[in-house]
Design a protein around this ligand. Sequence first.
Ligand code: HEM
Length: 531
Amino acid sequence: MASQSSPHAVPGDSSPEMLGGNMVSQLFGGVSYWSLAVTLFILCVTYDQAKYQWNKWGNIVGPAFKLPFMGPFLESIDPKFEEYAAKWASGPLSCVSVFHKFVVIASTRDLARKVLNSPMYVRPCVVDIAKKILRPTNWVFLDGKAHVDYRKGLNGLFTRKALSEYLPGQEDMHKRYFKRWIQISKKTPNVKFMPEFREINCAVSCRTFVGNYSSDEKVKKISDDYYKVTAALDLVNFPIIIPYTRTWYGKKCADMVLEEFSECAQKSKDHMAAGGVPHCLLDYWVKSMFEYKAYEERLARGETLAPGEKAPASIRMFTNWEIAQTIFTFLFASQDASSSATTWLFQIMADRPDCLEKVREEALRVRGGDPYKPADIDMLDQMVYTRAVVKECLRYRPPVTMVPYEVKKSFPVAEGYIVPKGSMIVPTLYPALHDPEVYVDPETFNPDRWLEGGEAEAAVKNWLVFGTGPHYCLGQTYATYNFMAMISLASLMLEWEHHVTPKSEKIKVFATIFPMDDCFLTFKERLPILD
Ligand code: HEM
């Protein structure tokens, strides 16, 4: 029982503990605990610094030394656009190290494309809290073949036919919020509209994704509360969720939304099982599940396909909970980016009445002169100028400036530099979209560059607004049509003015990018908005 006797060890005792104790006292004889602690600290700082130097060895720029342990952590709590821009300009590959995380930033178009197209080496990097909010089993955390297969089953939700079915619901929501904006401006002119743009996007998404299965009150609640999810998504969070903190509120909101979407999934299954017509994304998804199930049953009965008949896309039955998680990822992926784009779109249109007038003229023309004609997808396709305005807005102020990825295997990303396994690598999208060698006068908003004879449409490699590679944005066509439908209808029904401040053109980073002053606007009715 040597281990029990060690506290009572006496001189001359030759137990291993006593021998060890003697050695320690011989080694550190006369050395205080204080100086031991200092030595240990210096060793840790040296290790941290040496590791940073080792990771950045090669063709990459970065601070000569790392601030011990935390690196530029404080800057990452309150990120500034100008600091990001300076980093992008510092070199094609640059780096920082925050706590134990080594972060590589890939700033050129070609490097960004290379990262996004290298699923062998990288996978999307998610902050820990995103896993808690979206749930670890969520499809967006799948990698490789499992991700590709799951995603294939979702493609049918964004076909042209499906998107055209979603349009009436979107227009309904647009009109509701336009009326609300007029009321807000009547009460108080020049208010910050950024929160309103967040709300309309949440409401439009809910209507598109789950249709009328969610009540107006519930949609309003989700729209009101959703900012709590965004606010919870700091890059670095405390590892556990503490009650009444931002992460706790964010998780609570997510729980509420997931529960609601789960109930919507059951309602949709009941509706489609009763032979109902699909009217939202959820219905389309459930319909494809039922179609495939019916096909399997036919095969099981020994039937074969009739000549010329196509087998339906292979898709299994998903549980309500799985459906809810997936629909929530659509809301999650779209909310911040769409709110950013909407804010800039309304601000820029107010600042550029010449462009707004052309959008308005086109809106009326494609509706055959009747401003109350609901927009369908063919009309949207004829809106060449409005599309140019939307694309230019997304180029000029790309909502997603960078996409963090995690390096799962040492990655020879460029001549002379290998990104170490376990690092974070961040392809940036903004520089490619502001490349002066591709876009004439890139810091100017100019929709004409997207029209015939312009330089922008041909520069497909630079069009990184929605990413590229296996994780490119699933909702990009839907998002573009939605912005076109919204601004086109707004041009007909509304007049609006922008109260320009010195911060209007400055960029604030809040997950995506927004005007620093949150966009002061005043809306007025142009035509009565009918239900
Ligand atoms: C202005 C609006 C939007 C922008 C700028 C945008 C941008 C992006 C970007 C940059 C990515 C990452 C791509 C990559 O890693 O290569 C992404 C992914 C994604 N987006 Fe969007 N997005 C927008 C709207 C939407 C909407 C409306 C939806 C849903 C309907 C959506 C659904 C998704 C999904 C599901 C992913 C992850 C795809 C995957 O991992 O396979 N996005 N988006």
